[in-house]
Ligand binder design. Structure first.
Ligand SMILES: [Zn+2]
Length: 75
C-alpha cells in the first residue's frame, strides 16, 4: 500500500497519507496550506533497513536505532 509521509513547509506538521489512484494530499490537514513536501516513504525506509532516521522521535539516543532504546540490541 503506497503510504507517503509529508511535511508541511508552512507549519512543520508531519503526517502520513495513503495515496490511492494517484490522489495525493494537496494541502496540510493542520493549517490548510499547500506547502507540502513529500518525505521518503516510511515503508521504503523500513524495507531498506536504513539506520538514518533522524526524524523518528523514539529513536535510540545512543546509537540512533530507529526502533528505539527498547528494541535496539546495544541499549
Ligand atoms: Zn501546515
Amino acid at each position: 500500500m503506497p503510504i507517503f509521509e509529508y511535511r508541511c513547509d508552512h507549519c512543520g506538521h508531519r503526517f502520513e497519507a495513503i495515496v490511492l489512484n494517484g490522489r495525493q494530499p494537496d494541502q496540510c490537514p493542520q493549517c490548510d496550506q499547500p506547502d507540502l513536501r513529500k518525505q521518503v516513504s516510511t515503508f521504503a525506509a523500513h524495507v531498506s533497513g536504513s539506520t538514518s532516521f533522524p526524524s523518528a522521535p523514539a529513536a535510540c539516543g545512543s546509537c540512533g536505532d530507529p526502533r528505539g532504546p527498547g528494541s535496539c540490541r546495544m541499549h
